[in-house]
Design a protein around this ligand. Structure first.
Ligand SMILES: *Cc1c(COP(=O)(O)O)cnc(C)c1O
Length: 483
């Protein structure tokens, strides 16, 4: 399977996920050299490690189109020094103000080129289940890209006002957005069911379409994410916070395990990583897994102020299981079928040890998340969103528990203006108003400037108002594609 084919198909026919054949290495000299380069150049080098059917020239051209300052505000992935040894990697300066832009601004370039390379003549229909941020980022990335249609399903009551308006006001002739009655897991399960519906796929094929995914299960979304971990290490060198070769920790607010998995891949290609700290909100299924080796989704699902992490089935964990089982596909598929049968699996001791060697896990209560937002603002006048606050809190706990003071990069995944209501609540400000008014209120109170794409939401009206049950998702897709 070539990387172009993997990007086009998204999911393999047996329902499994694509993984790289191996991990090409960046030497310390390579990393030193990358530290002198631009973000766009770093991305092209990292992509080239994995995507060997794309040339460097192609990749640098895509990278410049994706991450240039026409798309990103000030810089694509800057590092903010919070205090000695604690840095925030700000990944929300793109068009939709969440880290999903890092992959989804690039993916359409990779996908269109992949379609050309493989001689695919059919039109691709991108299906997305979103917990809030992926949907808008995918819509922006694929808006009016020739040869593509995109359909986004979001949980009707599981996204913020701002997130909802961002999606429902999307422009473009090839886009559709539909609310699903249920939570993110319901929407994701519905999308998976559509993918495995062979009748539907045949019907689409007859009409000249095929399905692909822009969710983080798509290989083409993971590789661009590896790049910002490499870049973060370079930035830490540039800032003098580590010497080349020194290890650092990454602390990552985690939902579907896509972001932190990219950190693991970065470690595998040669970035000196001590621990990957996996931060969860009240939906702490991953914390328990890392601590006990038991994955058990049979628990209450909570809706929290960090909605993009309200997930009980973290799809990309499957890829990690593959690696820490010594690339044993049979074992992984046993876990996966146990998960869908009983909602639970337990990994053997050797895997658990490997998990503990690489990862630490922790979770933050809603109250602690609010408090962490306030503390960062009081201490440093640094405004963080609830997802990033979850990570910051978990880092503080981790340090208190372990005494590990390795320099750490906290991955900052969204602009605080995307979650104004919760941030205003945290800061003790009135938050009872329309999402767009809250943007102004937060700007006024903090003296920060709201990112333009959010400030401009004022003038937007919803264009998509449909809502379906999970069993109506397939029909909604057919209506969109065939009419
Ligand atoms: C998607 C998202 C996450 C979770 O990332 P995963 O790759 O799903 O683990 C965290 N924070 C924000 C703001 C997000 O949009």
């Amino acid at each position: 399977m070539s990387s172009a084919q993997a990007i086009i198909r998204g999911l393999s026919d047996d329902g499994g996920l694509y993984v790289p054949e191996g991990f090409p290495q960046l030497t310390l000299d390579d990393i030193r050299n990358l530290a002198t380069k631009t973000y766009e150049e770093r991305v092209a080098v990292v992509l080239r490690l994995f995507l060997d059917d794309f040339s460097y020239d192609e990749l640098i051209s895509f990278s410049r189109q994706a991450y240039g300052l026409h798309n990103f505000f000030i810089a694509a992935a800057p590092l903010y020094c919070y205090s000695e040894g604690t840095h925030f990697l700000e990944l929300w300066r793109g068009p939709t103000c969440a880290f999903k832009d890092m992959a989804l601004q690039l993916l359409p370039h990779l996908l269109t080129a992949a379609l050309q390379k493989t001689g695919e003549k059919r039109e691709v229909c991108i299906l997305v289940a979103t917990s809030g941020d992926t949907g808008k980022a995918a819509l922006e990335g694929f808006c009016d890209v020739p040869g593509t249609k995109i359909m986004v399903f979001y949980p009707r009551d599981g996204v913020s006002d701002v997130q909802k308006l961002q999606m429902t006001s999307q422009q473009g002739g090839n886009v559709n957005v539909v609310a699903v009655e249920g939570n993110f897991d319901d929407a994701q399960t519905g999308v998976k069911a559509i993918f495995s519906d062979l009748d539907l796929r045949r019907k689409l094929d007859e009409k000249g379409y095929f399905l692909s995914s822009a969710n983080s299960i798509n290989w083409g979304r993971l590789v661009p994410q590896v790049a910002y971990y490499v870049s973060a290490y370079c930035e830490m060198i540039v800032a003098g916070a580590v010497r080349p070769g020194d290890k650092l920790n990454f602390c990552v607010p985690t939902g579907n395990f896509g972001n932190i998995l990219a950190g693991y891949y970065a470690q595998r290609v040669g970035v000196p990583v001590n621990k990957l700290i996996c931060a969860s909100n009240r939906n702490d299924v991953l914390t328990e897994f890392i601590k006990t080796g038991v994955y058990d989704k049979n628990r209450e699902f909570y809706t929290t102020i960090s909605p993009s992490m309200d997930i009980l089935v973290s799809s990309n964990l499957e890829r990690l299981l593959f690696e820490i089982s010594g690339r044993d596909g049979d074992t992984v598929s046993r876990f996966m079928s146990s998960l869908s049968r009983t909602g639970r699996y337990e990994v053997p001791f050797a895997m658990r040890r490997e998990l503990e060697r690489l990862f630490a896990g922790g979770c933050s209560s809603e109250q602690d998340t609010y408090k962490t937002i306030v503390d960062a603002f009081k201490e440093r006048r640094y405004l963080i969103d609830p997802h990033t606050a979850v990570a910051h809190k978990v880092l503080k706990d981790y340090r208190a528990d372990t005494g590990d003071m390795t320099p750490t990069v906290v991955v900052s995944t969204a602009s605080p203006f995307k979650f104004c209501d919760s941030v205003l609540d945290a800061l003790g400000q009135e938050s009872n108003a329309e999402g767009t008014q809250l943007i102004d209120r937060l700007a006024k109170f903090t003296g920060e400037v709201a990112p333009k794409p959010l400030a401009n939401l004022h003038s937007k009206t919803p264009r998509f108002t449909d809502s379906v049950t999970t069993s109506g998702m397939k029909e909604a897709l057919e209506r969109f594609v065939f009419s």
